[in-house]
Design a protein around this ligand. Structure first.
Ligand code: NAD
Length: 498
């Protein structure tokens, strides 16, 4: 088992945390707080304040002041802004172990994933967007407006930072998803109020501390901890927010979308998924395919927005591929996330585990055949076996609804049309994977799958330069890449008559 770093021990010794606003912690609230629980042993780690509307207002006013035209942040050259983003990336690397351990404590995930996906992913994102600060550009445009005499038009567009951004993030990748919002928003010159999930607020607080240490002016990034009903609601309805960028469930996304329209603010919604993995009978290597499909669903205990939670397998190879995937699942070591040899840690919380188990029960009630797993292996902690169902009816609840746990449903298909029809028969459209060695088949699937991201012969992975977002109920807008930074700019059109 991993030993906690001295830095992390000191951080946790605070026991109660206020919000991180204007480069410092506010006094923790004694009456209005939320306990942060370690899902591996269900013990309280520390408590954080539950942001009231007044706390939210203080954070937004601070971010608004930091965004004023003459503020140090607004006056900073793009190159200097880039240097700060680089320096945040380096800080994250320097404190990788403490941050990763903190994420494993609050989320339960495997320490190796916390190091690579969360902290490594966040530092990569900051490095990537550090390079974008100097590359944001408008266009010159030939327009047709008639002018008197010798006068002419010189028309152009400029991209300006939108303003104060409300960034609301979920618990599954607390730091990397925060970085997908904070890094491009800062690169564009915006200021941010970040609200982490009530399950995983600690890594956001330590991250904000480190960002200020890295040279980010106080007030440019503020963190308000709390729940959705009080803190999140106050943030999305604050009149001084210019854009809400949200990642989370489709249900919450709809509430946020409505609130944004009420204030006429911009909104981007990265929502749930129920992503298909489609395995043809000419897959390149069936062993690697089974491992890839298993990794696509069981990574991070299945708590991944792009998880391949429905696998469609060609009828000729259905039994073989399903058996292979089940073998991979059965060999996985379930243990505390701090166990370096673990393959599967606990789910994020008892209530989430209960929700996932309710789906397992529902699947059985509706006639799905349980092929593997389905049980909680230990008395203590929010652990669940990797679970696989075989299903024939695409309309079953466990095929249609996002479970967000280590639960895979396998369904046979007869040909490409059947696979496409079944894969696209979903409200969601976040991601898909296709497993075949036939490039024509792969490209037809790529073109016709209703999904924001399609990977061929690999589980879906994120990359800072690859936009991510959903079709249908999986969201509005794209994060990452060039699109991801332009999402925090607004376009001004100018015409100089000379
Ligand atoms: P959630 O919607 O319950 O919560 C997400 C965040 O929204 C939390 O910070 C929460 O406090 C806040 N929130 C809740 N109600 C709110 C309200 N009324 N107003 C303002 N804020 C509110 O989601 P979750 O359970 O934390 O995360 C899991 C979900 O996130 C899954 O559906 C998953 O697919 C989705 N997700 C999507 C992506 C993507 O890129 N599309 C990435 C990761 C997770």
């Amino acid at each position: 088992m991993v030993k906690l770093t001295q830095q992390l021990t000191q951080f946790l010794n605070k026991k109660t945390f206020g919000h991180f606003i204007n480069g410092a912690y506010t006094t923790p609230s004694l009456t209005n707080s939320i306990e942060v629980i370690n899902p591996a042993n269900e013990e309280t780690i520390v408590s954080v304040s539950k942001g009231s509307p007044e706390d939210v207002d203080y954070a937004v006013r601070t971010a608004k002041t930091a965004f004023e035209y003459q503020s140090p942040w607004r006056k900073m050259s793009p190159d200097d802004r880039g240097k700060i983003l680089f320096s945040i990336a380096e800080k994250l690397e320097e404190h990788k172990e403490s941050l990763a351990q903190l994420i494993t404590l609050e989320n339960g995930k495997l320490i190796k994933d916390a190091r690579s996906s969360d902290v490594g992913g966040a530092s990569k994102t900051f490095r990537y967007y550090a390079g974008w600060t100097t590359k944001i550009e408008g266009e010159t445009l030939d327009i047709s407006q008639p002018q008197k005499g010798n006068k002419q038009n010189f028309a152009f567009t400029r991209r300006e930072p939108i303003g104060v951004i409300a960034a609301i993030v979920p618990w599954n990748f607390p730091l990397s998803i925060a970085s997908w919002k904070v890094a491009p928003a800062l690169a564009a010159g915006c200021t941010v109020v970040l609200k982490p999930s009530e399950e995983t607020p600690l890594s956001a607080l330590l991250f904000a501390e480190l960002a200020v240490e890295a040279g980010l002016p106080p007030g440019v990034l503020n963190v308000v901890t709390g729940d959705g009903a009080t803190t999140g609601s106050a943030l999305i309805s604050h009149k001084d927010i210019s854009k809400v960028t949200f990642t989370g469930s489709t249900q919450t996304g709809k509430i946020i979308g409505k609130a944004a329209m009420e204030n006429v603010t911009g909104v981007s919604l990265e929502l749930g998924g129920k992503s298909p993995a489609i395995v043809f009978d000419d897959a390149i290597d069936f062993d690697a395919t089974a491992k890839g499909v298993a990794a696509g669903i069981f990574r991070n205990q299945g708590q991944v927005c792009v998880a391949g939670s429905r696998v469609y397998i060609h009828k000729n190879v259905f039994d073989k591929v399903l058996t292979d995937i089940a073998h991979v699942a059965e060999k996985m070591k379930i243990s505390d996330g701090f166990d370096e040899a673990a393959d599967l840690g606990p789910l994020v919380s008892r209530s989430h585990l209960e929700g996932v188990c309710a789906y397992i029960q529902k699947g059985q009630e509706e006639g799905a055949v349980l092929m593997s797993g389905g049980d909680q292996p230990f008395d203590k902690g929010c652990f669940l076996q990797p679970t696989i169902f075989s299903v024939t009816d695409n309309e079953q609840t466990i095929v249609q609804e996002e479970i967000f746990g280590p639960v895979l449903v396998a369904i046979p298909f007869t040909d490409m049309e059947d696979a496409l029809q079944k894969a696209n028969d979903s409200k969601m459209g976040l991601a898909a994977t296709v497993w075949t060695k036939d490039i024509s088949k792969a490209m037809t699937m790529v073109n016709r799958l209703q999904a924001g991201v399609v990977y061929v012969n690999s589980p879906v992975r994120s990359d800072p330069n690859l936009p991510l977002g959903g079709y249908k109920h999986s969201g509005i807008g794209r994060e990452l890449g060039k699109t991801g930074v332009y999402a925090y700019t607004t376009l001004k059109s100018v015409n100089i008559v000379y």
